[in-house]
Design a binder for this molecule. Structure first.
Ligand code: 5AD
Ligand code: FES
Length: 361
């Protein structure tokens, strides 16, 4: 077990930390991650308002409650005007970014989405982040052209066999998220990715490789959260049949999530790292605060109107389900102030992002 935490960690050291259980040793990791966070990205917590604008999805991800085959979901699609109203709420609440997220919804056409982005950019100074799943290069280029600044696409796991097991491809198409992350970067987006922690079949070795891949991909944003079983999905139903040795299986728990946040901060010092909603869901009381104190520097308060929010059920009992944009805004501000941190002003662009490193679009 390493005695001190260094910024360049070997695969073995990452593995040791992921398996560490001694609270005194872990306290070193938290302290070091917090110090590196302060030195690299400062004390500001950037707020990104999340708009979950459509829960229609054509895909069949084995873990996600929005998968096409889940008949128990009331599907909705917000109008462009409704999304614009959320963007105005973001401005009113002092957020610098709006994140537009949806399932893989073919009715979100490239032209419609580009128009929404253009309207937001025309009316506000917000940074616009898109999170719309695996879309074509042409579409991604068109949205970038329209003014979209950032794109989030988690690779979910670096283990290709596990990835394929939980992500059935669209008929006749191969899914290659790493290639898409390369496309996004070439197009000049700030690129965000991440993984779920504790996917059934995910080993400690897999998770250590995930963290190492974050660094190789040179990501601007890295979101991680625990896997949460959704009863309407095949992965939740198979969970009683373990696919790896019990001792190798990563637990989908709070402590492992903090370890991944802290190790990610050490390995990618300048990345924007959110304390995610999934983390808030497993510890509603202090999950986000502890995430922020163990390496994170971003929170994504929900802006989705309450009548739609309840139906964006990627996993059950999601934090803030019965809140409004305003109550989430106040709650998040209180939480940030309670731990002596400041709310970031402006867009909160990634200090890691350097346009000169990217090929021109
Ligand atoms: N548990 C935890 N996270 C999930 N996501 C989707 N389904 C679940 C689940 N059941 C995460 C995925 C996706 C992000 C938008 O939400 O990592 O990329
Ligand atoms: Fe939504 Fe606390 S952040 S209620």
């Amino acid at each position: 077990m390493p005695d001190s935490v260094r910024k360049s960690l070997t695969h073995e050291e990452i593995l040791h930390w992921l398996r560490e259980t001694d609270p005194n040793r872990l306290a070193h990791l938290w302290r070091e991650a917090n110090t590196v966070r302060q030195e690299s990205v400062g004390g500001d917590v950037h707020l990104r308002g999340l708009v979950e604008f459509s829960n229609h999805c054509v895909r069949l991800c084995a873990y996600c409650g929005l998968r096409a085959a889940n008949g128990g979901v009331r599907r909705y699609r917000m109008s462009a005007d409704e999304i614009l109203a959320c963007a105005r709420a973001a401005v009113r609440l002092g957020y610098g970014t709006v994140v537009l997220q949806s399932g893989e919804d073919p009715r979100t056409t490239a032209d419609w989405m580009a128009d929404v982005v253009r309207r937001i950019k025309r009316e506000t100074d917000l940074a616009v982040t898109l999170s719309l799943g695996e879309r074509s290069e042409d579409e991604l280029a068109q949205w970038r052209e329209a003014g979209a600044d950032r794109y989030l696409l988690r690779f979910e796991t670096s283990n290709r066999v596990l990835f394929d097991r939980i992500h059935p491809p669209r008929p006749g198409q191969h899914s290659d998220r790493l290639a898409l992350l390369g496309v996004l970067r070439r197009l000049g987006y700030e690129v965000g990715s991440g993984v779920m922690i504790g996917i059934p079949g995910q080993t400690f070795d897999d998770l250590a490789r995930d963290i190492e891949l974050f660094a190789r991909l040179d990501l601007d944003m890295i979101g991680v959260g625990p896997y949460l079983a959704h009863p309407g999905t095949p992965l939740a139903e198979q969970a009683t049949q373990p696919v790896v040795e019990t001792d190798d299986q990563v637990p989908a728990d709070e402590l492992t999530t903090y370890k991944v946040i802290a190790l990610t901060r050490l390995i990618c010092p300048k990345a924007n790292i959110p304390a995610t909603t999934a983390l808030a869901t497993i510890n509603t009381a202090t999950g986000r605060e502890l995430g922020l104190e163990r390496g994170a520097n971003v929170i994504m308060p929900n802006l989705t109107p309450p009548e739609y929010r309840v139906d964006y059920e990627i996993y059950p009992n999601k934090a803030c389900l019965s809140e409004t944009a305003d109550t989430c805004g106040r709650c998040v501000a209180r939480r940030i102030e309670s731990i002596g941190r400041t709310i970031g002003t402006g867009r909160g662009d990634s200090p890691n992002y350097d346009p000169s490193r990217r090929e021109p679009a």
